[in-house]
Design a protein around this ligand. Structure first.
Ligand code: ASP
Ligand code: MG
Length: 424
């Protein structure tokens, strides 16, 4: 008997009606003869709502308490989905992260799954239950509840699929697969039939929201085939697996508006400076992405780097201290930047791709502020105002345009009818 792990994202279980539709899918799978385990996210925007609630009483909520609060979102989802399954005449049991045996590291708000004690889940599956597990949460060796970071339910699903040797891990969300670009930005984006782990990892790292990066890493490490598809249609989705079916030169374009560019000006150009600055930043648990050091003049240089704009509050005091300590002139922060990335296995063997990318940008009057590359990715930092133009131009230049303009298939029939009624 095959085991299917199925993950439902927040929008896929946002309303009672959607819960029932998700339940129906699970029941259908079981009736087709599969063992079925579902992983759920919190309903709709409830994680955001809980976060906002926390911030209303405390601008810096303690991380331990935040974990306890946010975990409730997925607990609501799992029990409601289990009830919906039971109403369709099948047996279901839901489990919190703790009950499901998901053991994590002790880092609150950003825990990593260490291992999963699968006995209880296996027993429930063998007893014929549709098993439902709260995503995004686990517990530490000492019994503390933890969460896995935003979007962490993907990781829960993949980790469970790996631990239980599932045959497939389906990820249902409001997008029906992985696209060559964000269809809201590039209307001629196309859905990919399949994509390799490696390319998907780069796309996720570069800002594609299709899948959480850690989930893809897990999938690659444990060779779990993922199938990303829409909860709102039966359209075919995108497989993420070892090798894509057809290898395009460039598979996709991703962008990320969440980073800020920081430039430390007038830094003495002597050895150990970069080590000092970036050790201090790392100690504050802030991930630095691109780094550029300019040519020095009169023994002084400028260092630019990007870091998550959301970490600026924690970064500023670190930089204040470093600037004073090193005798640098000042630091500047620019939050209106976009990191735009081209990803494709073809980059490995086609040195001309980078040159072409830069040419397309210059033809569109777009200045490149920073560049970084990996074996299969080129990323540039540009002004956010130019982001859409850049993405559309690159999409066309690299022959990614679909014949047809993308039409959103994320709304239910009822929602579409309501929208039409409003005459929008
Ligand atoms: N509910 C959590 C979030 O919104 C986890 C998830 O949806 O994957 O980030
Ligand atoms: Mg969510």
């Amino acid at each position: 008997m095959s085991l299917l792990v199925t993950k439902f994202g927040g929008t896929s279980v946002a309303t009672p009606e959607r819960m029932c539709r998700a339940a129906q899918r699970l029941v259908d799978y079981q009736r087709q003869g599969h063992q079925v385990l579902a992983v759920v996210s919190a309903m709709g925007s409830s994680t955001d709502d809980l976060l906002a609630l926390a911030h209303e009483v405390n601008p810096a909520p303690p991380e331990r308490e935040l974990d306890l609060l946010l975990a409730t979102g997925e607990i609501v989802s799992m029990s409601i989905l289990a009830m919906a399954v039971e109403s369709l005449g099948c047996r279901a049991q839901s489990f919190t992260g703790h009950q499901a045996g998901i053991v994590t590291t002790a880092r609150h708000n950003r825990a990593q799954i260490a291992h999963i004690k699968t006995e209880r889940l296996e027993r429930a599956l063998d007893e014929g239950n549709i098993v439902i597990v709260a995503g995004f949460q686990g517990f530490t060796k000492t019994g503390e509840l933890t969460t896995l970071g935003r979007g962490g339910s993907d990781t829960s699903a993949v980790a469970l699929a790996a631990a239980l040797h599932a045959d497939l891990c389906e990820i249902y969300s409001d997008v029906d697969g992985v696209y060559t670009a964000d269809p809201r930005v590039v209307p001629r984006a196309q859905k990919l039939e399949s994509i390799s782990y490696e390319e998907m990892l780069e796309l996720s790292a570069a800002g594609s929201g299709a899948l959480q990066m850690r989930a893809v890493e897990f999938a690659r490490n444990f060779n779990v085939t993922l199938y990303c598809r829409s909860a709102f249609s039966d359209n075919p989705g995108t497989f993420v697996k070892e090798e894509a079916v057809e290898q395009a030169l460039v598979s996709g374009i991703a962008y990320d508006n969440s980073e800020a560019k920081i430039t430390i000006r007038g830094v003495p150009d002597t050895k150990g400076i970069a080590a000092d600055v970036f050790s201090a930043i790392a100690k504050a648990h802030i991930n630095v992405d691109m780094i550029v050091q300019n040519i020095s003049e009169h023994g002084l240089t400028d260092i630019s780097f990007t870091a998550p704009a959301g970490d600026l509050d924690r970064l500023r005091p670190v930089l204040d201290k470093q600037v004073a300590r090193l005798g640098a002139r000042e630091y500047l922060v620019d939050t209106k930047i976009t990191k735009l990335s081209l990803v494709g296995a073809g980059l490995r063997t086609n040195p001309g791709i980078a040159a072409k990318m830069f040419k397309v940008l210059s033809q569109n009057d777009i200045n490149i502020e920073m560049i970084s590359t990996s074996a299969i990715r080129i990323s540039v930092v540009i002004d956010t105002k130019k982001s859409q133009t850049a993405q559309q131009a690159l999409h066309t230049a690299f022959d990614l345009d679909a014949k047809q303009v993308f039409r959103e298939a994320t709304l239910s029939k009822e929602e579409r009818a309501a929208k039409a009624k409003k005459g929008r």
